[in-house]
Design a protein around this ligand. Structure first.
Ligand code: C2E
Ligand code: CA
Ligand code: CA
Length: 573
């Protein structure tokens, strides 16, 4: 038995304990020693490797080239640390390839040159690196590209389009009322919706189209090489169809929708930043047109957006400082001429913008979320006012307009109950107006909310009726108290036969359901005469009065014996 020196014993122990694989090879590349870690990494035992060339770890086609490298190394042996060469792959005994990092050293033994090969398994490191790369470039929730990755694709796509002279379209999608879903059903539900949206977008687009989630409920789609704008619009419509197909979630059935803005290279702008801004403007323009719509960028939008931002800033301030007013338009009994109710209507006079009509600022409030504090202020002011009139001995029903966003807030009934209690308001003096279209958007939810509101003793009117094509069968199921005929139909009721037919039909249908009808926008005696002869119960309009400040309504009410009038007004003829 050969005695070994302390140094040799130390070297052997180090070889055995090393976590990295270590091979000692002669100057032809033949292996004459392998430590235990080698077997773990390569699948070959030390005995199997003894005398084999190191090229055994390479795929056959690379072996002869590798022998040349070995020869060169021994002609001029220089140590090389780990990390000098990346992307090395080792062929295992079982045929699998493993990522490795390699360091080389050398020594002289018994006067002969020997090479020392250190090999480290990089599989785990590689996996981590890939995970990190994925996380840095993808949206964790939906698996779509993230903003960073999207911008890379975008720049490349612009570059290619510039060279090829082709058109590139950028679509910006913002989900409609996503905030309400989050508020009403919680963030987990919101996440579910986002995942479903991503799935639908993916399934409606082609492989070459880039889809990304920019954050929140904003998505973007890049269509390279579009033949024409018509083609883009076809894709937009396809996306909207796919999104609007109703879907069962844990929290129930939801109909999704997105507002889509479109901008194109090179027509609208030549760089990614401007294209993003323009698509964003187009998207806002779409938002103001209602749910599930799209808009293509037009230069005028830049100005429109400036105005909109200005209006948003001023409106925000006005809401904070309670600078808006609530006026009340009388609703009059067609037969007796008595005031039977009032509709609360917002009025806003701004120092810079002048008098802004609600049709202009309500959409801004809706898209910016301001509708929640604003709507709450309206509810509170109207409830307080109804209670004041009641206390004066002139009780009158106050109708309050509710936007869809407010209506879908789960806390709405509780909030109303709180306001009624706080101001001592009789629930039967409060009526909520919801447009027919909005009530029909999600029929199941609508019925549930209506039931809860009716349970408080509050009544509900369907506003702008005649525009939403409701089915009679469905209306029968809804606990509504009145229908309001849209003023658009009254406007030309004397001139336009279609309108006259529709108004008659709405009144007849409403009476079949046992519901009284209110007509809006009555401006002249002929219109009132038409309504009277067709059995319409009440009306509002400039013929009687515009919306007035509360104090003027107080004076007006003092002239009528309202208590008698409004108790009897609701039975349809
Ligand atoms: P709306 O609910 O259909 O309200 C009736 C609108 O008709 C009011 O417009 C009223 O001033 C107008 N009007 C009344 N009589 C006549 C008439 O004889 N001729 C004509 N041409 N118009 C008449 P306004 O006040 O400009 O409000 C517009 C819309 O803004 C309302 O339509 C409603 O949708 C919305 N709005 C107003 N106040 C509120 C509010 O407090 N909350 C919400 N969510 N929406 C509101
Ligand atoms: Ca209304
Ligand atoms: Ca209306």
């Amino acid at each position: 038995m050969k005695l070994i020196s302390n140094e040799e014993a130390l070297a052997l122990a180090a070889l055995d304990a090393a976590p990295d694989s270590i091979l000692i090879v002669d100057d032809t590349g033949a292996i004459f020693r392998a430590n235990p870690a080698v077997e773990l990494l390569t699948g070959y035992s030390a005995e199997e490797l003894s005398g084999q060339s190191v090229s055994i770890f390479l795929p056959p086609h690379m072996r002869s080239k590798h022998s040349d490298l070995v020869r060169k190394f021994f002609l001029n042996p220089v140590a090389r640390p780990m990390g000098m060469v990346s992307q090395l792959q080792l062929l295992r005994k079982d045929g699998l390839m493993v990522s490795v990092d390699i360091a080389l050293g050398h020594c002289t033994m018994d006067g002969l040159l020997a090479g020392v090969v250190f090999m480290r398994d990089m599989t785990e490191v590689k996996r981590l690196q890939e995970d990190m790369r994925y996380q840095a470039t993808h949206d964790g929730l939906t698996g779509l590209a993230n903003r960073w990755q999207f911008m890379q694709h975008f720049e490349q796509a612009i570059h290619r389009a510039r060279r090829s002279g082709r058109t590139l379209a950028l679509l910006l999608l913002d989900l409609d009322e996503f905030k309400d879903i989050n508020d009403a059903h919680g963030h987990a539900a919101g996440d579910q919706v986002l995942i479903e949206v991503a799935r639908r977008l993916r399934s409606s687009l082609r492989a070459g189209d880039v889809i990304a989630r920019l954050g929140g409920d904003e998505f973007t789609v890049l269509l390279p090489d579009v033949p024409s704008m018509d083609h883009v619009l076809t894709v937009v419509q396809k996306l909207q169809r796919s999104l609007s197909a109703s879907c069962r979630f844990k929290m129930g059935e939801l109909s999704l929708g997105a507002s889509i803005g479109v901008a194109a290279f090179p027509t609208d702008a030549q760089d990614s930043g401007m294209l993003m801004r323009f698509a964003d403007m187009a998207m806002y323009a779409a938002k103001t047109q209602g749910r599930g719509t799209h808009a293509v960028y037009r230069p005028e939008m830049s100005e429109a957006l400036r105005l909109r931002n200005q209006m948003h800033e001023r409106l925000k301030r006005a809401v904070e400082t309670q600078a808006l007013e609530l006026h009340y338009q009388p609703q009059v009994d067609v037969k007796t001429g008595a005031v039977v109710g009032v509709e609360a209507l917002l009025r806003w006079h701004d120092a810079e913008l002048g008098c802004v009509p609600p049709d202009h600022f309500i959409p801004v409030a809706v898209t910016s979320g301001l509708i929640h504090p604003l709507g709450d202020w309206v509810l509170e002011t109207a409830c307080r006012q109804a209670s004041l009139w009641d206390g004066n001995g002139t009780p009158v029903r106050v109708s309050i307009n509710l936007s869809a966003q407010q209506f879908r807030q789960t806390q709405l009934p509780a909030r109303l109950q709180q306001l009624l209690d706080q101001h001592g308001t009789r629930a039967d003096l409060i009526e909520l107006e919801i447009t027919e279209t909005e009530a029909m958007a999600e029929p199941d939810t609508t019925r549930q909310v209506f039931d809860r509101l009716r349970a408080l003793g509050i009544s509900i009117a369907l506003d702008d009726f005649g525009t939403g094509y409701s089915s009679l069968a469905y209306l029968r199921l809804l606990p509504v108290s009145r229908l309001k005929i849209d003023r658009e139909f009254i406007r030309q009721v004397m001139e336009n036969n279609n309108d006259a037919v529709l108004v008659r039909a709405v009144i007849a249908m409403s009476h079949m359901l046992g519901l009284p009808v209110v007509a809006e926008g009555v401006e002249d005696a002929a219109q009132l005469g038409f309504l009277r002869s067709n059995g319409c119960e009440s009306y509002q309009g400039w013929l009687f009065s515009k919306a007035l400040p509360a104090a003027e309504i107080t004076r007006l009410l003092g002239r009528f014996d309202c208590s008698a009038a409004w108790e009897s007004c609701d039975a349809p003829a």
